[in-house]
Design a protein around this ligand. Structure first.
Ligand SMILES: Cc1cc2nc3c(=O)[nH]c(=O)nc-3n(C[C@H](O)[C@H](O)[C@H](O)COP(=O)(O)O)c2cc1C
Length: 209
């Protein structure tokens, strides 16, 4: 039985430190180790929706969750709302705790093709995509994004957080750097605080933790 949005929010409140998704790192073995040291809520590495829908073995392996790995979310990424929704439906059959949509990856071959942080170039499209994914699945959906593409002087994240909440997402992770910063420079956590002030969903701070 999937968690409701309210139940997921309660679980996040009880276990506020969530393992960040990391490609080639947060696999089943790493997650098991983290649980041994007290970790609770985990994420898979991000999974490409096209690979998943094509039946690529590697993508399917990444979403398979063992019985002792149920407090794990599956993270997906892609550039097409319809394909993200289809992939979310498919990923939901693996019974993840929730589905996280990656709107934060800055790597040019991903963001440059409109996936990951590429969604930040068109916040309206990101919101419409999130709504489509939320409406497509029976498990809670969350979004991970950054404070903006950069180098805007006014970051879109505060207004974006409000509009993403309206789509029905269960929580929002904010990597408090711009996409242009990649992994360099200091994360500015005050943006997560500002976003938190305008929404009631949990806001997970990410970057420089
Ligand atoms: C090796 C590596 C792989 C990553 N893979 C993903 C990923 O699959 N999905 C994702 O949302 N973020 C990914 N990230 C970003 C992290 O989840 C996190 O947002 C970032 O490391 C935070 O910045 P910090 O390193 O300053 O704490 C990755 C980061 C690293 C270092």
């Amino acid at each position: 039985m999937p968690l409701s949005v309210a139940e997921l929010r309660a679980k996040i409140a009880e276990n506020p430190a969530i393992l960040a998704p990391m490609e080639d790192v947060t696999d089943v073995v790493f997650r098991r180790l983290c649980r041994k040291f007290g970790g609770k809520i985990m994420m898979t590495e991000f999974v490409n929706v096209e690979g998943l829908l094509r039946g690529c073995r590697n993508a399917r392996r990444k979403i398979s969750l063992a019985d002792d790995d149920r407090m794990t979310a599956i993270q997906i990424y892609g550039a097409d709302p319809q394909r993200l929704s289809e992939a979310a439906r498919f990923a939901a059959t693996a019974q993840p705790m929730f589905i996280d949509v990656n709107c934060g990856c800055w790597v040019p071959k991903i963001a440059g093709r409109g996936a990951g942080a590429g969604w930040l170039r068109d916040p309206h499209a990101m919101v419409a995509m999130a709504k489509m994914v939320v409406d497509s699945v029976g498990v809670p959906v969350t979004v991970k994004t950054r404070i903006g593409y950069g180098p805007e002087s006014e970051m879109p994240i505060v207004d974006l957080a409000r509009r993403l909440e309206d789509t029905g997402i269960a929580a929002l992770t904010i990597h408090c750097r711009t996409a242009s910063m990649g992994h360099s420079g200091a994360a500015d956590w005050t943006w997560a605080q500002k976003a938190r002030e305008v929404v009631s969903i949990p806001v997970v701070v990410n970057g420089d933790v």
